[in-house]
Ligand binder design. Structure first.
Ligand code: ADP
Length: 193
């Protein structure tokens, strides 16, 4: 399977953060922190959550047990266990129930609180999966717009942040294309025809 990757950078200095979108397995990332799309129990699940616990080993689950769960939209930190990362930031995205159950605000919170937890740990590089876009059923176009705009807006013009680079690590070319469209828009990338 071919790997897709695209990098976004502000041309005028620090205005927008450096963002990289790529296809791949987030458990293989060599960054300071990865974000887990967990459920409120923090006791493991399927999808990216299952993959992170499988690759990271029992240490992460042992730390999660002590955290006593995590409400939707919030985020909590553990070590990276056997992963290359120092930290796993466990956040809980909303389950999509039609769009009138505060889903957008909760998904924005999940991204923002993950970035805040990362800043508290002084992380420079952080990788996100496509939160809520798997079994939680969030429509992908909307979820990708919320992800990209929330991260770019949170870090835009921000001087007092440790975060230098944000990755979105995605499964599949279609998910990559959703992020590419919205980031091209945010960064003002011109269509080359
Ligand atoms: P949620 O419950 O928040 O919807 P899921 O884990 O079901 O979370 O899915 C979130 C996204 O993560 C989906 O697009 C899924 O394909 C993707 N995904 C699953 N495993 C991995 C992995 N190892 N690395 C990156 N993305 C993954």
């Amino acid at each position: 399977m071919k790997m897709l990757k695209k990098k976004y950078q502000s041309e005028q200095g620090k205005k927008l953060p450096e963002i990289v979108i790529m296809t791949g397995d987030i458990t293989q990332m060599d960054v300071d922190a990865i974000v887990n799309a967990a459920n409120e129990s923090l006791l493991g699940g399927g999808g990216v959550d299952g993959a992170i616990h499988r690759a990271g080993g029992p240490q992460i689950l042992a730390e999660c047990r002590k955290l006593k769960g995590c409400p939707t939209g919030e985020a909590k930190v553990t070590s990276g266990g056997n992963l290359k990362v120092k930290y796993v930031i466990h956040t809980v995205g909303p389950i999509y129930r039609g769009g009138n159950h505060n889903e957008k605000a909760l998904l924005e919170s999940a991204y923002r609180n993950s970035l805040k937890r990362g800043e508290e740990q002084k992380v420079k590089t952080i990788a996100f999966p496509f939160i809520s876009a798997g079994v939680y059923g969030y429509p992908k176009k909307e979820a990708s717009e919320i992800a990209a705009y929330t991260v770019a807006d949170f870090l835009r013009d921000k001087e007092d942040t440790s975060i230098e680079k944000v990755y979105f690590v995605l499964f599949g070319e279609d998910n990559f294309t959703f992020f590419e469209s919205v980031l091209d828009e945010i960064y003002g990338v011109k269509e080359v025809k």
